[in-house]
Design a protein around this ligand. Structure first.
Ligand code: GTR
Length: 367
């Protein structure tokens, strides 16, 4: 009896409760009840077998896909909080061409404090600038060249310290998790929440062109950017970079040397990035009722750009191309075929100045 009680508690803590209606979502079958589907699942087919025929149907299907990805992959976030912004500093940088603005942000009545920052171009009073939110701190030395480029190109460059929201480890007793009990969001979702809160802050600023805010990030930050941007329709452009497994990479289709679902969710590695249910699909990927092209499809009709290194095999460039192809019918259906993009470059798992330039070239075209 004692063992049973402990087990139940463990399941609740991990968000494995079988009462899947707890957060109002549809009832999702557990893995043993899911059929084997070798090919990539059809984004247009509802769980009840009916098919999307109209744009209104797609809106309902989009909600169903979100519920599915929350349930099996990333967990559920709490609703958007009220932000309390504390101004920290405003410093002219880059020979006066930009302001480096730092703030600390609190949420609802919670004790959490998160540092955010943005570089804002100067010189044209009253002008609204497009913005790029990166899913990490953007004020460190390593981001200096990217920040300078953004300013030269007329973009606001913003970021936040995602590790203040959730440290990159399996401990759920610090950061944001204990503050919102009852939500099974894992680390990627907590970080994605941070990108959305940074957007909340940016939208309070008169310098920001609200219609032209992009979210980007590299690797685990790319997975974060894709989940944040897929969910939050205020992001006009979603640009994951080398995001791989759990991001833009396909689980079913993998090139040689790619990170598998089993590898990423291993107990010794990054299981805590995901809702624990995802790990049960290791070597059973064909029972996933989705694949990562569903995540990409959530961005439509907004604009998606995934940037990949051809030699970055761990991030599964072949499978990322497949998710690009498999999401395309949704962009076509919504009348924006050119809003789904993928860019390959030579090289491996790093962020080059060329990558930032490619992002901005692409973003310029959307203006
Ligand atoms: C790797 C991990 C990848 C990717 C990468 C990173 O170790 O396996 O999924 O996220 O880390 O974030 O740099």
């Amino acid at each position: 009896m004692r063992i049973r009680v402990v087990l139940c508690l463990t399941l609740i803590v991990l968000g494995c409760s079988t009462s899947s209606t707890r957060m109002g979502e549809k009832i999702m079958p557990e893995i043993d009840a899911l059929p084997v589907v070798k090919e990539l699942p059809d984004p247009f087919r509802f769980m009840d077998g009916s098919v999307v025929k109209t744009k209104a149907d797609w809106q309902r299907r989009r909600v169903e896909i979100i519920a599915m990805l929350e349930y099996y992959e990333y967990g559920h976030m709490p609703p958007a909080p009220v932000l309390h912004v504390i101004e920290e500093s405003t410093t002219p940088v880059f020979d006066g061409k930009a302001l480096d603005i730092r703030v600390t942000v609190a949420f609802d009545d919670k004790p959490l404090r998160v540092h955010m920052g943005m570089f804002v171009p100067q010189g044209e009073p009253g002008k609204k600038y497009p913005a790029v939110i990166n899913t990490e701190a953007t004020w460190g030395k390593g981001m200096r060249d990217a920040a300078r480029l953004m300013i030269e190109r007329g973009y606001i460059f913003a970021g936040y310290d995602r590790h203040e929201i959730d440290k990159d480890d399996a401990d759920r007793s610090d950061g944001v998790h204990p503050l919102y009990p009852g939500y099974d969001w894992a680390t990627l979702a907590a970080w994605a929440w941070g990108a959305q809160r940074t957007l909340d802050y940016l939208l309070t600023r008169p310098e920001v062109d609200a219609a032209r805010v992009a979210v980007t990030g590299h690797s685990r930050g790319g997975k974060t950017a894709l989940w944040a941007g897929a969910l939050d329709e205020r992001f006009a452009l979603v640009a994951p970079h080398a995001s791989g497994a759990g991001g833009a990479g396909c689980f079913r289709i993998m090139g040689a040397g790619s990170e598998s679902l089993e590898a990423i969710t291993a107990p010794t590695r990054f299981h805590y990035w995901f809702q624990p249910r995802l790990a049960t699909f290791a070597r059973r990927e064909t029972q996933l009722p989705f694949d990562q092209h569903f995540l990409k499809a959530l961005v439509a009709p907004r604009v998606l750009l995934s940037v990949e290194g051809l030699a970055d095999l761990w991030a599964n460039p072949i499978g990322t191309r497949r998710t690009y192809e498999a999401a395309q019918p949704v962009f076509d259906f919504l009348g924006v075929p050119e809003h789904n993009a993928i860019s390959f470059r030579e090289g491996g798992h790093d962020v080059t100045m060329g990558d930032w330039e490619a992002l901005l070239d692409f973003a310029d075209k959307q203006g």
